[in-house]
Design a protein around this ligand. Structure first.
Ligand SMILES: Nc1ncnc2[nH]cnc12
Ligand SMILES: [Zn+2]
Length: 341
């Protein structure tokens, strides 16, 4: 492993395109918010909580993820959560981020849409103004809930849609195929929202086909299992669809057996537009740079591949063309300054 490739990854400006704000809730903040809001957590301390972060599959993680977020109750809680994540972005040279939030998970607990939204949005705006980090905000529908619940959530989001950029689809994948949400995604597209969906994390290639053909998604979140289907892989490459890949998440959720088995380089070799992301960094062991480091160490990425991943992150983003070009120029400037001669 080359120290200079790790240092290059750290120094490059990057975008993060797949990060659930609720998944950035670190144990320290979970306990602090529990104290602030008088919530009882079923763990003695932060260390005991961390010990529980051992998952055999996506559902085991989700059970903990939904119970952990019970401490998020006030607008200030959502602000603090989002702000702490933005500080991690700054530390990792993430200059643009497109984050998910799961409104239904909070609505079910009686937290109003506006409470969640205003706290998140105020922090994102402060991050832009004070840290220079641009953003897009993605409302993610929970696929284990009904189509009707998704439509109700969209209705609640209506007053805020001028500040919401897109919608996503997350939570338990198996048994909840994308076509369950065909109508609500069509409505979202009609409203001018961008669309993305988790597909092929645990679910079969057919779910990726559905996300492309029925939901008309502009990105695929994860997409690992698309590789099982050659025609699908070729289509994703041909369409230039971006995959938001999350290696540490894949390891922790047993989507792969070891980091050395991660399909990232196969994806790159097949011409897929892959990006590296942290998914739920507080639960999976690290933020964006940690994901780059894991892939550099275990897959021996070359400096050129690392630069490609940083470029892909902006190219697959929902930035304007002008902002993309400006960000890509920043990537190239760092690369030129560090390129081995
Ligand atoms: N990795 C993941 N897959 C599906 N839903 C999620 N919600 C938060 N993280 C998720
Ligand atoms: Zn995710």
């Amino acid at each position: 492993m080359s120290q200079s490739t790790l240092a290059l990854a750290d120094a490059l400006p990057k975008a993060e395109l797949h990060m659930h704000l609720e998944g950035s809730l670190e144990p320290e903040m979970m306990f602090a918010l529990a104290r602030r809001n008088g919530v009882d957590l079923p763990y003695a301390d932060e260390e005991a909580l961390r010990q529980a972060y051992q998952f055999n599959n996506l559902q085991e993680f989700l059970d903990l993820y939904y119970s952990g977020m019970s401490v998020l109750q006030t607008e200030q809680d959502f602000y603090d959560l989002t702000w702490a994540y933005l500080e991690r972005c700054q530390a990792d040279n993430v200059i643009h981020t497109e984050v998910f939030f799961d409104p239904q998970a909070h609505l079910e607990r009686g937290v109003a849409f506006g409470t969640q939204f205003e706290g998140i949005y105020r922090a994102l705006s402060d991050g832009r103004d004070k840290l220079g980090i641009s953003f897009r905000l993605i409302l993610s529908f929970l696929r284990h809930l009904s189509e009707e619940s998704a439509f109700e959530t969209l209705e609640l989001a209506m007053p805020y849609l001028d500040r919401i950029d897109g919608v996503g689809l997350d939570s338990s994948e198996m048994g909840h195929p994308p076509d369950k949400f065909e109508r609500v995604f069509r409505r979202c597209r009609e409203l001018g929202l961008k669309v993305t969906a988790h597909a092929g994390e645990e679910g079969p290639p057919d779910y990726v086909w559905q996300a492309i053909n029925q939901l008309e998604i502009q990105r695929i979140d994860h997409g690992n299992r698309a590789l099982e289907d050659e025609a699908l892989t070729a289509l994703i490459a041909e369409k230039g669809l971006t995959l938001t890949v999350c290696p540490l998440s894949n390891l922790r959720l047993c989507v792969i057996d070891s980091l050395a088995d991660h399909p990232l380089t196969t994806m790159l070799d097949k011409g897929l537009h892959v990006t590296l992301n942290s998914d739920d960094p507080a639960y999976f062991g690290g933020y964006v740079n940690a994901n780059f480091h894991a892939m550099i160490e275990h897959l021996h990425l070359t400096p050129e591949q690392v630069v490609q991943l940083a470029r892909n992150s902006f190219e697959g983003s929902w930035l304007s063309d002008a902002d993309k070009q400006a960000a890509l120029a920043r990537v190239d400037a760092v690369w030129q300054a560090r390129k081995p001669s």
